[in-house]
Design a protein around this ligand. Structure first.
Ligand SMILES: Cc1ncc(COP(=O)(O)O)c(C=O)c1O
Length: 473
């Protein structure tokens, strides 16, 4: 088992490939989600400590029978929950190849060609975003880690030992920003929440008011975080205006583009991102809108040398001996990790294999699906939108005729029960959001398989499931 023969490897590969073909081919026939329990899953897993080995066929049997059916099917075209990428066969194969080579991308010397491939791929992302040629960055595990790395760099720009550092982000910002602040020793309370407008975008007037007030109190503003697609509604903050305020007050501007930034590839959304190219740092997630399997996030710094000041660490066991310039390069100088898997391979294979034109079209189709849903909801008399569609996220609620005269609380409770019932039904999957103190059904189209017809099926599914629910719990 540790070192199988060539024939065994071929047999394993054939079985795995057969599974992959069957899995991707049969997605629409599976429920997006299957209601289950910890007990039911545990019954299919032998939990005895394995002293002796098991055949590969047997392992694959457990994977097919006890794992696959009890997983949420993230590649399903009506899996609209959270910000979930579907994965793609090219990404799956790239992960297999990356694990086969098992490159460890710490420094150039450890993995010369994989490191160069990561640099090439990062530079493509830099060009997609319109950042200057000196900008650079690296792949990390996801958007949360990218936000953490970027804020660690931002903190290098101003120093204060009295706990007076302040940063600013809209109240619609993802929790990974406050979490990063806490991890970096900037108290959660020092992340000032900026109000949003009726489209859930940062109100720049409130940003200026809060910075000015903090300066008057002797506090030290150092960073503003803008969203290129908020997690709840997909709102893109007014990035050019935020940049102007950041310049005026000499703040670092970080953009959290984990969900939305790759939508810059879609023509119809491009204008929303004007100003993003002038950020000091940006967090992105190829494992969201580049459709890749987890895990791959990405951080880009306008001036990588500032990140170096945050991360570089001298130790004898990591001292690079006998190399110059490009070959002395170490990723650990620019991010939090030492051992790093070959994440770049799947990003490179996707970008090179699919091409930006096709990716842009796929993202454009996702936007069109969300707009189609919005338009159907607006034309209907039993659904209403809770927030406008900006990118591919849609927030809405179901208000069947018999509920129209009920209180907001009753309608919210009904929608909460409807969400659970829809998830249990399995044909479509949504998640939820709280907006303006009200419960909303929330979906995000992030799958190249999703069609306009799927959006219609989603509304049909909700109506069908709702019929079996009483108006009151
Ligand atoms: C806007 C935003 N930022 C950050 C994150 C965190 O990304 P990750 O789950 O890759 O850590 C998410 C996740 O959904 C997100 O939507």
């Amino acid at each position: 088992m540790l070192e199988p023969s060539a024939d065994e490897i071929r047999d394993w590969g054939d079985s795995v490939t057969a599974f992959i073909i069957e899995y991707f081919g049969g997605l629409r026939d599976r429920p997006a989600y299957r209601q289950t329990s910890s007990n039911e899953i545990r019954r299919g897993l032998d939990s005895k400590l394995p002293i002796t080995g098991t055949d590969f066929d047997e392992l694959l049997k457990v994977f097919r029978g006890a794992i696959v059916p009890f997983s949420r099917q993230n590649a399903h075209p009506r899996m609209f929950g959270y910000v979930q990428s579907p994965g793609t066969p090219i990404g799956a194969f790239a992960d297999l190849l990356a694990s086969t080579l098992n490159a460890n991308l710490t420094i150039w010397r450890s993995a010369p060609a994989p490191v160069e491939l990561e640099r090439v791929t990062i530079d493509w992302i830099r060009q997609i975003l319109g950042f200057p040629v000196e900008a650079g960055g690296l792949f990390v595990s996801g958007g949360s880690m990218a936000n953490l790395a970027a804020l660690a760099a931002a903190r290098q720009t101003k120093h204060d030992s009295l706990g007076r550092l302040r940063m600013y982000a809209s109240n619609a910002t993802h929790f990974s920003i406050t979490k990063a602040a806490a991890l970096l020793g900037i108290d959660r309370e020092n992340v000032h929440q900026i109000a949003v407008d009726e489209r859930f975008k940062m109100r720049v007037d409130d940003l200026v008011t809060k910075i000015t007030a903090d300066l008057k109190c002797g506090l030290v503003p150092f960073c503003v975080v803008a969203n290129a697609g908020t997690v709840n509604t997909g709102a893109v903050d007014p990035l050019a205006d935020v940049r102007e305020v950041a310049d005026r007050f000499k703040l670092w501007m970080h953009v959290d583009g984990s969900y939305g930034a790759f939508a810059v590839l879609a023509k119809s959304a491009r204008k929303l991102f004007v100003g993003m190219e002038r950020a000091d740092s940006i967090a992105l997630d190829p494992h969201k809108w580049l459709y890749l399997p987890v895990d791959v996030g990405c951080v880009i710094y306008r001036d990588p040398e500032i990140a170096r000041a945050a991360f570089a660490h001298e130790a004898e066991y990591t001292r690079i001996i006998g190399h110059e310039a490009d070959e002395a390069f170490a990723f650990w100088d620019y991010g939090p990790e030492l051992s790093r898997r070959f994440r770049a391979l799947k990003v490179w294979m996707l970008l090179k294999g699919v091409g930006l034109d096709s990716l842009g079209k796929a993202i454009e189709n996702n936007l069109a699906c969300a707009r189609h849903l919005e338009s159907m909801v607006q034309k209907s008399d039993d659904f209403e939108m809770v927030s406008p569609v900006e990118l591919s996220i849609f927030c809405f609620r179901h208000v069947p005729v018999q509920l129209r005269k009920e209180s907001p609380k009753t309608i919210d409770e009904f929608n909460e029960r409807l969400l659970v019932a829809l998830q249990r039904d399995g044909s479509s999957y949504l998640s939820n959001a709280m907006l303006g103190g009200r419960f909303a059904l929330r979906g995000c189209v992030l799958n190249y398989r999703t069609t306009l017809r799927d959006m219609e099926i989603l509304l049909d599914d909700l109506r069908r499931v709702a019929k079996s629910l009483p108006a009151h719990a």
